[in-house]
Design a protein around this ligand. Sequence first.
Ligand code: HEM
Length: 409
Amino acid sequence: MPLSDHTLPLLTEGYAWLPERRRTHGSTVVTRLMGHRATAVHGPDAARFFYDENHIRRHTALPEPIKSTLFGHGAVHTLDAAAHRVRKAMFTSLMTDDGIARLDDHVAAAWDKATAAWNGPRPVTLFDEVGRILTHAACRWAGVPLDDADVPATARDLLALVDGFASLGPRHWRARAARIRLENRLARLIHDTRTGAAPAAPPGTPLAAVATHRDADGHPLDDRLAAVELLNLIRPTVAVTWYVTFAAHALHRHPHHRAALRAGDEARTHAFAQETRRFYPFAPFVGGKAVTDLTWEDHRIPEGSLVLLDIYGHNHDPRLWPDPHTFDPGRFLDRPTGEFDLIPQGGGDPRTGHRCPGEAITLTLLRTLTTRLARLDHDLPDQDLTISLRRIPTRPASGYLLANARPAA
Ligand code: HEM
């Protein structure tokens, strides 16, 4: 029987789409997306299978709407083999302890300055505020000049890239327009720093890295591609906004965790950040194409067809995470996490495979801002804190409104 296309159900059912299919089809789901045969695989062994480059490649796997919004055309996400490893090394070279500490200092300073103005009765929307804080800090870290007056519009554009990649309507068109604006601006900056029309990029910054990088063929990235990769450092740093908003939601629902975070208990703060990344939905799955004819759990995967690795389902699998729908940071207190264990940002080795190179940044910023959130008493105005699983990416509907913020007693 021919497979029916499931693009529309995916877009309307969101995070629930794959778990729902797994309930009826079993662990491996064979379907069609955007007119192509797709096999969705699940579990740690499936993750190992998926991240083996002899099985799955990324070239041509990403659909155009995702490249024109979230990642950009020609991005590291779309490369394989030597071309991927050489480009990826540029990203991992920036993830030093010093570099991350510099970003973290910018974030902490921007948070402390912003929160001083949240002490009135007029509600502020945490999601929007954190978006601006991270935009300001990420641009400073990246070596990208940004006037204070330009922060709100730039933050809106950076958040729009993430918000619109998986929708068909206005959110998607906002994301496309935002990408054009951001790429134009950064390509101009890179051109000017290269030609001397603007001050040279400060050494050690992402701007310097993309401007001087040479690909596997020995050529530098052209201005546009350098802008794409610079955005692939700034945009996901700003995307940590989603996790910080989820952390606020978790602290509100489970206030007994507040005391340990306030006290600066490092182990519990780390566990809280890990559980936030496991429990709350962000990337539903990652995808690639079969390099050759493959077999997985008795399912034939034809060469060139799509293979999806279930992320949301993996992070809520009761075999890996007992009582998976309970928010319980304690599960991370005495549990070492392996390469294919907790995979909200992909699995495997980030240096050789496609796993996210930004996990250390994500965890550092999340720990810093979760501690600061716990140290901020505030009132919660009437609002809708529902997190819809139908929306990708999702968040508390009101964006988490707070008022009368004050240092915790
Ligand atoms: C909200 C936090 C973040 C989430 C949820 C997230 C999630 C992901 C996911 C799911 C992937 C794809 C993995 C795969 O294809 O197998 C990825 C890749 C990537 N991420 Fe992140 N990420 C986050 C933060 C960051 C940060 C802070 C940076 C850098 C500053 C970053 C840079 C990248 C890059 C460059 C890739 C492409 C890697 C490759 O294809 O080799 N991400 N991320």
